[in-house]
Write a protein that binds this ligand. Structure first.
Ligand code: GLN
Length: 478
């Protein structure tokens, strides 16, 4: 039975004739079948994946040049477009909608010989932190089926966790790649805003949205980032140049890692997570890293600013789902009635809540009190970030205040769910790259790790330091 450890090892097995793409894809298909109860995939492209596998096997046999992601089995969150394939954002309003074009990321994956195995379940329109908002049912955490996988990219995280694919692409507007990665014990990378084209990504909050990568190793995340990132004529917010050009110092440089004592003392943070973070941070100075505490007194502002600005953007972005342009349509006649009944019937509860919040904060009379204030906070955070990164190379923090929680534990009170985004939304408000690295196991049996953040465009330092932290953790275990 094939067992996946890294893309590099897998590709050397392929090149040495020890396995084939066909064999590997069929073993993933069996695994998906055996783990159907996890509900990670909304759709599996069995025939297509097998066909692509056999084409790739032939390509190797004939000695043709192979792509960087040759044979890599990838799943896509159900917000990333793939022409002539369904795309629903896990919403009833787009049920059975077929994409009419292919996202830039999907195009780039295919161009480098990846195999797309299916479309993954998520929170409706990527709004949520537990995958409990999908119109197509909960995704179960494979480490403990009574717990959530995190969200909104829950299906994508569980697919990598449970070996249903090698890599998943998700989207991260406020933590939706990093938090489920943390809950599932895998790597989750959110690059800088603009690093990866959003062309073909269903918009939630356009000035925050960024496609991210789930993988088992940092090297794999780096390789996939290399393939899917870079400028794109279809997205004017993409940044020029490659993340690889950015930088840099010799690998023996003494890097400085900053941390916010205010996050480690935060009342919402699980005690065991706080202790693990503090102990780990204290060890880092023994490994040629400088540690620097940073005053940060804006923690209480970031979740409100995030939810004001993202719901405002969402209320505008989601106005296109009117039952007329695309997606499902209620049979009512009359323009207003049709729009009203389509949106009432086919949007889920959380999406409606956010559209209403967003419309409220954007309305005349409230705009200045909410949106303008939140924008000011965002600007202050961006300035603060610049000054922080003039002193440190990276910031370390928890990913989430708790490990994966039980179903129905937090979805009763939306504010409680929102507040749990406290450590992840900072990177989206400021556009900086951030990564969740799995390092620890809680006494409740669930994984958790740390988050690293770097300055804008500095994915390379982020990835290098991530590897270093994993090495340090391994040496501490020995
Ligand atoms: N939990 C956050 C929210 O619900 C993050 C979502 C995301 O990153 N897509 O908005």
């Amino acid at each position: 039975m094939f067992s996946f450890s890294s893309i590099k090892d897998y590709q050397s097995l392929l090149l040495n004739g020890k396995t084939t793409c066909t064999e590997v894809v069929s073993s993933y298909l069996q695994n998906i079948q055996a783990n159907k109860h996890l509900n990670a995939f909304l759709e599996v492209y069995e025939d297509e994946a097998m066909q692509q596998a056999s084409l790739l096997d032939k390509k190797r046999e004939t000695g043709d040049k192979i792509g960087k992601l040759h044979g890599v089995v990838v799943g896509l969150k159900d917000v990333i477009a793939y022409k002539n394939h369904k795309l629903s954002a896990s919403s009833k309003i787009l049920e059975n909608f077929q994409s009419v074009y292919t996202a830039t990321v999907t195009e780039r994956l295919l161009h480098e010989d990846a195999i797309i195995i299916g479309r993954q379940n998520c929170d409706e329109f990527a709004m949520g932190s537990s995958n409990e908002n999908s119109a197509f049912g909960n995704v179960l955490n494979a480490a403990d089926n009574s717990r959530v996988p995190g969200g909104s990219s829950g299906g994508s995280a569980v697919s990598v966790q449970a070996n249903l694919c090698m890599i998943s692409l998700g989207s991260d507007t406020g933590g939706s790649v990093r938090q489920p990665a943390d809950f599932c014990g895998i790597v989750g990378l959110k690059p800088s805003y603009g690093r990866i084209s959003r062309y073909g990504l269903i918009a939630y909050a356009s000035s925050f949205d960024q496609i991210g990568i789930f993988s088992k190793t940092i090297d794999d995340a780096e390789l996939v980032l290399d393939v899917i990132s870079g400028p794109d004529d279809f997205d004017s917010t993409t940044i020029t140049g490659s993340f690889k050009n950015n930088h840099h110092e010799a690998s023996n440089k003494e890097y400085t890692i900053g941390y916010f004592p205010s996050t480690l003392e935060h009342k919402s943070l699980d005690v065991e997570i706080a202790v693990a973070q503090k102990n780990f941070i204290n060890q880092l100075s023994n490994y040629n890293l400088k540690i620097k505490p940073i005053d940060f007194d804006l923690l209480e502002y970031i979740v409100p600013a995030y939810y004001i600005l993202t719901t405002a953007e969402a209320s505008s972005n989601l106005s296109r789902y009117d039952g007329i342009k695309f997606g499902r349509s209620s049979p009512s006649t009359g323009l207003t009635e049709k729009i009203e009944s389509t949106r009432s019937k086919y949007f889920g509860k959380e999406v409606k809540r956010r559209i209403m919040m967003g419309t409220f904060v954007l309305s005349e009379g409230y705009y200045d009190a909410y949106v303008t204030q939140a924008q000011k906070i965002r600007n202050v955070l961006i300035q603060k970030t610049k000054s922080i990164f003039s002193e440190v190379d990276a910031i370390i923090s928890p990913v989430s205040p708790t490990t994966a929680f039980k179903f129905n534990q937090k979805n009763i009170d939306p504010v409680e769910m929102f507040l749990a985004d406290i450590f992840t939304v900072f990177a989206n408000l400021t556009g900086i790259p951030a990564i969740a690295i799995p390092l620890f196991k809680h006494s409740n049996g669930m994984p958790f790790g740390v988050q690293l953040m770097a300055s804008h465009s500095n994915e390379l330092i982020l990835l290098q330091l991530s590897k270093k932290l994993i090495e340090i953790k391994n040496s501490l275990n020995n």
